[in-house]
Design a protein around this ligand. Structure first.
Ligand code: VGL
Ligand code: ZN
Length: 204
């Protein structure tokens, strides 16, 4: 059984949003077309309380996009984004939700960031996604969405370490920096994660 995991296709990560991923909007048709090829479709939503510790605005004197240590974990400092209930936190209105069975929200702990759909960045708390997928007999997880080098990367990495066969749909994902996209891909390949193109999935 196969699952398509649609990561964080939210207005703040799209052109015009506060943490826009370049060309993020171009993957919308693929995210919609791919859904019919899977037994299960699940989406995620970055969902931070106002004043979240991943926001540079909560660390006066620290530079936007710099990396600090917070509670023993590396933390990149982002613009305010995906605040619970705000317009920017909404999924893109043209993302088809007809086949999306569940939406997993993450990043809700005010002090702790959560890039992965499975665990917070400290691996302290699980979101329940592993058990949810296992209960549905899922063995293969395909990951697509935003951003390749953060939430797609960490979700794929955790899916693999949780024992699923994992593929990233490369052209149905977009990332923040070319350098960290390359590093993320190298690490995932080393973990046994496959990289596929949407056309290969659509042809299957
Ligand atoms: C993300 C940075 C901060 C993502 C979420 O969805 O990749 N990136 N929060
Ligand atoms: Zn976030």
């Amino acid at each position: 059984m196969t699952c398509l995991l649609l990561i964080d296709f939210q207005l703040d990560f799209l052109p015009g949003g506060s943490l826009a991923v370049a060309e993020g909007d171009t993957i919308l048709p693929l995210l919609n077309d791919l859904q019919s090829r899977f037994d299960l479709v699940v989406a995620t939503q970055d969902w931070h309380p106002a004043g979240h510790r991943s926001f540079a605005s909560t660390h006066p004197g620290q530079e936007l996009f710099s990396e600090i240590e917070w509670q023993g974990l590396p933390q990149r400092l982002w613009p305010d984004h995906c605040v619970q209930g705000s317009p920017g936190a909404q999924l893109h209105p043209s993302l088809s939700l007809a086949r999306v069975e569940a939406i997993f929200r993450k990043g809700t702990d005010p002090e702790l960031d959560s890039y992965s759909a499975f665990f917070d960045n400290g691996h302290r708390r699980a979101t329940g996604l592993t058990g949810y997928l296992r209960a549905r007999g899922i063995t293969q997880v395909y990951v697509a969405g935003l951003a390749t080098d953060y939430c797609v990367y960490f979700s794929a990495k955790d899916a693999r370490s949780e024992g699923f066969e994992v593929a990233v749909i490369e052209d149905a994902s977009r990332g923040i920096s070319a350098e960290s996209i390359a590093a993320a891909k190298a690490d995932l390949l080393a973990q046994g994660v496959c990289f596929v193109q949407a056309s290969e999935v659509l042809a299957s």
